[in-house]
Design a binder for this molecule. Sequence first.
Ligand code: UD1
Length: 421
Amino acid sequence: MAEDVIHITGGKPLHGEVTVQGAKNSALPLMAAAILCDGISVLENVPRLTDVCAACRILNRIGCTAQMQGHTVTADGSGVSSAEIPDSDMRKMRSSIMFLGPLLGRMGECTLTMPGGCELGPRPIDLHLDAMQRMGAKITETDGKIVCRAAKLKGTNLTLAYPSVGVTENVLMAAVLADGDTILTGAAREPEIADLASFLNACGAKIQGAGESIVRIQGVKKLYGTTYRVMPDRIAAMTLLCAGASAGGTICVREARTQDLESCLAALEQTGCRIGRCSERIYLDAGTNLKPIRCLRTLPYPAFPTDAQALLTAVLCRAKGTSLLEETIFESRFKHVGELLRMGAEIRVSGRTAVICGGNPLHGTEVEAMDLRGGAALAVAALQAEGTTVIRGLQHLDRGYEDFAETFHSLGAAAKRLSFS
Ligand code: UD1
C-alpha cells in the first residue's frame, strides 16, 4: 500500500508568522485526568494528532465518553466503568502509562501491560509502579498483565530518584483523590506539569508548588469537570524556530511562551540567530552565517530538552565548525543521524555524544523518520539542503505535529505532503 510522503525542496528562506499548536505533552495527561472528574471536562486548543485519537479511544473504552470536534475534546468522567487498558492501546501509545494514576485514584484499580519498547529505547515503568506502591497500591503480574489495586490510595511523602515527567504527572493524578496529603520531592519541573496542576486545581484539587521540585497535594473527596485551554507546545515552537534557523530568513512564532523556551532560545542565540522576545511572540532572524555550539547537554527542565536535540542537530549542520551535543535522557535518541548522513551531513556518534562538523552543504535524498522529533529534524535539515528531500515514516510525525508540511509551506518553504490514500 502506498504511504504518504513529504517533499521539501531546500534553499528558500522562510518569512512570515505562524501560530504554534497546543501542546501534545500537556493535552495527553489532561485527557487522562478527565477520568478523575465527575461530569464533563472540556479541553480547548488540543492539537489534532494520532496520539490524541489514541487517548480518546482509551477514554471511550473505559467508559469516559470522549469526542473531539475541531480543537476541542469533551470527556465525561461520570461513566468510567472499566479499569483495564488493552494491550493493543498500550503498544500504540507509549505514554498510555499516564492512565495508571487516574484509574487507580478513581477506580481503585488499573490493569495494564508493559508499553512496548519504543523508538527511543526501552521505556521502563519501574518508577511509576514504585510510586503507586508507596501510595498503598498492591501490584501483581500474571500472564503479562500488571494489576494495580488500592481500595483507597494514601497520601505520603515521596522522593523521586529521578525527576521523571510521567511519574510526576502520575503521582499528581493519583494523589488528588487520595486520603491525606502527599509531599512529592524531586519532582520534574516541566511546564506541562504546572499546566496539569492548573487544570486539576480548576476541577477542585488542592495542589501547591507544581513546576517546582517540591509539590504538595492535599487529597479531596471529589473533582468536577471544567473548561480548560491547553498550553502552547514549546517543542513545536522550537521546531518552527529551528526551521527558520536552518532555512535562513525571519519568522515570528505566535502564542509561544517565551519563559518555557529559554534554554532553547539561548541555544539558538549561541548559533548567532537573533531572537526577539515579545509577550507570547518569538521573532527569529537567522542572519547569514551560523556558529557552532561547543558543547550542549540535554537535561531535565529548565535545561535544554531532549525533545529538541535532533532539531538542533539539523540546524548545526549549517554552522561552519564543530559542535558537540550530549544526550543524557534517552538511550537511543540519535536515529536521525544515519538519515542526516545520507543527506551529506558529517556527524559522528559515540555513545551518548554526537559531534557535528557543520558547514558542508546538504543534498536532498529519500530519508525515513525513525521517531517523532528525529523525523521533524529531517524536515528542518531538508530546508537547507540542495534539491528535494523525500521524507517517509510520517506516522511518527503525525503523532506530534498537526499539518506539518502545510505549516512549513505557510512560511514560504517549498514543502508539500503527497497523500496516496
Ligand atoms: C516525557 C515526554 C517526552 C520527553 C520526556 C523527557 C510526554 C507524553 N512525553 O516522557 O516527550 O522526551 O518526558 O522530557 O510528556 N524512566 C525510568 N523508569 C520509569 C520512568 C522513566 O527509568 O519508570 C527513565 C526513562 O527511560 C528516561 C527518563 O527516565 O530515560 C526520563 O523519562 P520521563 O521523564 O519519564 O519521560 P516521559 O514522561 O516518558
